[in-house]
Design a protein around this ligand. Structure first.
Ligand code: NZQ
Ligand code: ZN
Length: 391
């Protein structure tokens, strides 16, 4: 049965070469004059995006307050710092320019800048209800991967509590998202691959969950997965392949704009595990997923056998020949593992930078357990997976 749903996506998307030059002016015209321009560690200054955006803000006569230094895996401290800056400067609108980390941090700032209570306690620690308007936010995407531009999710690391988590609050959807494939050309190849794998991971985490009966989402997911696999290969061969970079960006948005999740339970157990690895080690998100995902699927494929058979046949085009369902499903998981190796992604926690197993138990026991998995994990099984991934 396709589960019931209500669907809305409040983000207006401007996609394609030159979109910022063409439309940013009109988009910002109707917002107040105090703009917080938020970005990361400075790549936007090297690749020219900063200059392009600032000149548009100047032509609009906006007053710019800069908020820079948003780190990969943004911290709660950084969110609080941003909220302070926004309040002190009477910010009317936040413009985030960057990848998932910048976008997520900006969403959290947009809430923290107006909420009177403790946002961590009320919206990250437990599911809350946002009955106030966060500061309006718009984003300019510079990396394909998280799909954060079209959802209300903000994944934040609380360093003091050793927790990395986020929830999708529709009120935090950006008002608009600019997605120009050329803006992603300067991304280091390793990061492009990391983001590419993150896209694939989001789609798999949705696909490998009930319902198993015929449903629209699974067909879209198969098309998206094939597109990501093909275009990531093309982008590795030639990072300036506009078609490949465009498809990666749009697949990344499509994977996380809630469309493929409609009617699905969704798993996201691997994301829960990776987020906690991140909370303890600050590892790269896509790299962490690459280490965990095939091993996790090795543990659960028998519980969702028909879907894993479909994955092998429809996504990896593996012929059945005389294989049993179990053998075919396993071949699909192996194809995924081979693709990870082909991309040069890390395959062990050691390669991810972990030196000893000491913290694995604490990390495993701090993971949220997904309710939508084919096989509901226990913390001991998660620990087993971590140990299997270690070296
Ligand atoms: O700091 P800057 O200068 O921006 O450099 C970044 C950073 O070093 C660089 N970069 C980005 N665009 C670039 C560029 N360098 C050169 N040229 C460009 N065009 O890439 C590095 C990584 O950036 P980051 O934003 O951290 O990467 P990503 O987009 O993968 O975001 C990862 C974060 O998003 C969270 C992850 O957990 C992680 O914290 N996620 C957010 C989700 C969401 N909101 O829906 C879902 C995801 O599952 C994920 O959890
Ligand atoms: Zn992800």
């Amino acid at each position: 049965m396709v589960n019931n749903f209500i669907f809305e996506n409040a983000t207006k998307v401007y996609f394609g070469k030159g979109c910022v030059k063409e439309y940013l002016y009109c988009c910002l015209k109707n917002y107040g004059e105090n703009i917080m321009l938020a970005y990361g560690s400075g790549s936007v200054k090297k690749n020219g995006i900063y200059d392009e955006v600032v000149s548009i803000l100047h032509s609009l006569g906006k007053h710019i307050t800069e908020f820079s230094g948003i780190m990969p895996n943004p911290t709660y401290q950084k969110v609080l710092e941003g909220a302070k800056t926004a309040k002190e400067n009477n910010i009317d609108f936040i413009l985030g320019v960057g990848g998932g980390s910048v976008m997520d941090c900006c969403k959290a700032i947009s809430m923290a800048a107006v909420y009177k209570g403790d946002i961590w306690k009320d919206f990250w620690e437990r599911a809350g209800v946002i009955d106030f308007a966060p500061l309006p936010l718009g984003v300019i995407v510079t990396a394909a991967g998280t799909g954060s531009e079209c959802n209300g999710g903000a994944v934040i690391t609380n360093e003091a509590k050793k927790v990395k988590t986020g929830r999708d609050y529709p009120n935090c959807n950006p008002k608009f998202a600019f997605i120009d494939p050329i803006y992603t050309y300067s991304l280091p190849i390793k990061q492009m691959i990391s983001g590419g794998f993150d896209i694939l991971s989001h789609i798999m985490e949705t696909y490998f969950s009930e319902p198993n009966e015929d449903n629209v989402s699974d067909y879209i997911a198969e098309g998206l997965m094939k597109s990501v696999i093909h275009n990531l290969r093309e982008a590795v061969k030639n990072p300036q392949n506009y078609t490949a970079r465009s498809n990666l960006l749009w697949a990344s948005t499509m994977a996380e704009n809630r469309v493929i999740k409609l009617g699905k339970k969704c798993d996201f157990q691997c994301h829960q595990m990776e987020h906690q690895l991140g909370a303890y080690t600050d590892c790269n998100h896509g790299f962490g997923l690459a280490v965990l995902q095939p091993v996790y699927y090795g543990h659960i494929y028998e519980y969702g056998l028909p879907k894993f058979v479909r994955f092998a046949e429809n996504v990896w085009s593996i012929q059945r020949n005389d294989r049993s369902d179990k053998e075919l499903a396993k071949a699909g998981v192996e194809a995924l593992a081979d693709f990870i190796k082909e991309l040069g992604l890390p395959v062990t926690l050691k390669e991810l930078g972990m030196k000893e197993r000491k913290h694995l138990k604490s990390i495993a026991y701090s993971c949220n357990i997904s309710q939508g998995s084919y096989k509901k994990m226990t913390h001991d099984e998660i620990l087993e997976i971590f140990n299997e991934c270690f070296e």
